[in-house]
Ligand binder design. Sequence first.
Ligand SMILES: Cc1cc2nc3c(=O)[nH]c(=O)nc-3n(C[C@H](O)[C@H](O)[C@H](O)COP(=O)(O)OP(=O)(O)OC[C@H]3O[C@@H](n4cnc5c(N)ncnc54)[C@H](O)[C@@H]3O)c2cc1C
Ligand SMILES: *[C@@H]1O[C@H](CO)[C@@H](O)[C@H](O)[C@H]1NC(C)=O
Ligand SMILES: *[C@@H]1O[C@H](CO)[C@@H](O)[C@H](O)[C@H]1NC(C)=O
Length: 341
Amino acid sequence: MAAPKVAVVGAGVIGLSTALCIMETCPSCSVTILSEQFSPNTTSDVAAGMLIPHTYPGTPIHVQKQWFKETFTYLFAISNSAEASEAGIHLVSGWQIFKNTPKEELPFWSDVVLGFRPMTKAELQKFPQHRFGQAFTTLKCDCPPYLLWLEKRLKAAGVQMYTRKVADLWELHSEYDIVVNCAGIGAHQLIGDKKLFPIRGQVLKVHAPWVKNFIRDGDGLTYVYPGIHRITLGGTREKENWSLSPDPGTTKDIFDRCCSLEPSLRGAQDIQVKVGLRPSRQCVRLQREVLSQGGVKLLVVHNYGHGAGGFSVHRGTAKEAACLVGECIAALQDSSSRAKL
Ligand SMILES: Cc1cc2nc3c(=O)[nH]c(=O)nc-3n(C[C@H](O)[C@H](O)[C@H](O)COP(=O)(O)OP(=O)(O)OC[C@H]3O[C@@H](n4cnc5c(N)ncnc54)[C@H](O)[C@@H]3O)c2cc1C
Ligand SMILES: *[C@@H]1O[C@H](CO)[C@@H](O)[C@H](O)[C@H]1NC(C)=O
Ligand SMILES: *[C@@H]1O[C@H](CO)[C@@H](O)[C@H](O)[C@H]1NC(C)=O
């Protein structure tokens, strides 16, 4: 059988990392990325890119932990290499703080991040409105640089990339053997997944290079995430809201909330406002599907629905998707050898 032709739909962090894992596991594959938008115009470009998992209620915790661990290990190696600054990957230390003691003492990811421990009384003096907190070091992706770094690696591996909106996966059937759906919130329209819904997030990206530590209010709504060049201030979680226009009242509210945690942000400059739609679902859809129409079959692998935590688990889910592509290739080879008999 000739080298299998794989189309990956989507060029956010999930599409790009999935294409890379497919090339790594199947170097003889011909992989093409088709996407309506590329960096800097994807949801992935809006994200803060912090490696702090969000919990998917429909996925077993040990699976989520494995995805996070694989992602952490992969990015930790990049952060320790000469590529770190170009890839936009760096370690960052800080605090997750609570107004009350959290229900579960330890989050499932506490032994994956580095140096996780309860905050001391002295540290808590920084946050007079909070009673409890956890200190740790984790990784952060500076999103546009990381996406560009992934694109560069893909181009070097011979992956083609085209700007194209796919209206129906069947469009790709005559040209490709396998289609990988990494369309994020776009999967709502592309395949009509009614279980997928947007959670709108508005953030500010500001210049305040003196702030070095991250701060995350335990409710997950207010956060200060320093990157290499800019700090992301958040945020909002607006379920089922599709609006991509920034709301000025929300901008002021986010800024005030962040300043109440870190008063020096009052001096922040060059405030940019961004909005993204988190592709939310009970669980990530990581699944093989055989579509069939009038006796014709189309092999599909889905990898979408990463909600508020796509960066935190991207490498783990990309590896699993690449494995499913491998199963599709085995099925194709099996049927082509049977056809020859
Ligand atoms: C404000 C905010 C902050 C966040 N912060 C974090 C964080 O700190 N840590 C973390 O882990 N996660 C964070 N996230 C979540 C993270 O951004 C997402 O989980 C992740 O970006 C999803 O990646 P994706 O590749 O699936 O989606 P996207 O980045 O949206 O990519 C989807 C791609 O598919 C393409 N596409 C869609 N439909 C079609 C179609 N029909 N035809 C062709 N192409 C199509 C799009 O153009 C795009 O290229 C945040 C999200 C937001 C909104
Ligand atoms: C991003 O969007 C802008 C505005 O629509 C467009 O001019 C630019 O070419 C887009 N960038 C890419 C890489 O597609
Ligand atoms: C969506 O969010 C925007 C900005 O926060 C707000 O102005 C608008 O009313 C919301 N729309 C719906 C339908 O909730």
